[in-house]
Design a protein around this ligand. Structure first.
Ligand code: CO8
Length: 257
């Protein structure tokens, strides 16, 4: 692929996207935004891809939106161009996405990690929404997703002071699923992604949709949604295969249908 700000690589049924603007600590500019969204949305409709991993470098997952690109932007350009609305296409991706975070995940970088389905963090990871120090605030969902992830008290403190949270605190606060040693982060993330990609893709998509529904609706509506999806699963070949494999004491061979 002709990408300039990311690297992409397929490992089995996993697409690995590596943010690759090392001189700017992977700051998220318009081109990187376009490229990440394109890679993820193309993988979403590719039946050969069952999970996506997004990672950065050892020093930085991403140090935020590109401040130099934004510095002279006007209100009219921000509003007129509906800046950051493109990320809605990223959060609409139905294939599971893991963020593998080492080093800085600040501002838009932290927001990108939180837009993924879960975060695996290296013990070197630093999370923060320091936008207030620049005279701005989170702009791609950070104030909402951080608050839902870790609760109002800590989210408010982080957004208002701009302080960072280390990996241990992020794990205690349920911002990340798991913390691993920095040198095993990518292997761990790819192994976890491989496990997910080995499941039925449509069932994994439905499961992702149901878990995400928990953030967006009432408990009664969420349970009703889950039940309807569960009923529908019995129209898939993978339900027949998964249950037959259990009964016949053999590994399931899902056909993703
Ligand atoms: N944007 C542009 N360039 C950056 C950014 C950034 N966010 N972060 C680092 N860089 C550049 C530096 O300018 C520097 O470039 P140069 O060598 O040309 O001067 C290079 O990366 C290396 O950075 P440092 O020399 O600063 O490296 P240090 O190790 O000394 O410090 C830090 C690392 C602490 C991460 C520091 O770089 C820093 O504080 N960065 C800014 C962090 C920040 O404030 N992030 C929030 C940005 S605003 C934002 O994200 C708004 C989100 C809303 C919309 C989101 C849309 C995606």
């Amino acid at each position: 692929m002709d990408y300039e700000t990311i690297l992409t690589e397929t490992r089995g049924r996993v697409l690995l996207i590596t943010l690759n603007r090392p001189k700017a600590l992977n700051a998220i500019n318009a081109q990187l935004t376009r490229e990440v969204i394109r890679a993820a949305t193309e993988a979403d409709t590719d039946p050969e891809i069952g999970c996506i991993v997004i990672t950065g470098s050892a020093k930085a997952f991403a140090a935020g939106a590109d401040i130099k690109e934004m510095q002279h932007t006007t209100y009219a350009a921000m509003y007129g161009g509906d800046r950051f609305a493109d990320w809605d296409r990223f959060t609409a991706v139905r294939t599971p996405i893991i963020a593998a975070v080492a080093g800085y995940a600040l501002g838009g970088g932290c927001e990108l990690a939180m837009m993924c389905d879960f975060i695996l963090a290296a013990d070197t990871a630093q999370f923060g929404l320091p936008e207030i120090k620049l005279g701005v605030m989170p702009g791609i969902g950070g104030s909402q997703r951080l608050t839902r992830a870790i609760g109002k008290a800590k989210a408010m403190e982080m957004c208002l002071t701009g302080r960072n949270m280390d990996a241990a605190e992020a794990e205690r606060s349920s911002l990340v699923a798991r913390v691993v040693a920095a040198d095993t982060l990518l292997d761990d993330a790819l192994r976890t992604a491989g496990t997910i990609a080995g499941m039925s893709k449509p069932i994994a998509m439905m499961t992702k949709e149901a878990v995400n529904r928990a953030d967006e609706t009432t408990l009664t509506e969420g349970i009703r949604f889950e039940r309807r999806v569960f009923h529908a699963i019995f129209a898939t070949a993978d339900q027949k295969e998964g249950m037959a494999a259990f009964v016949e004491k053999r590994p399931a061979k899902f056909t993703h249908g």
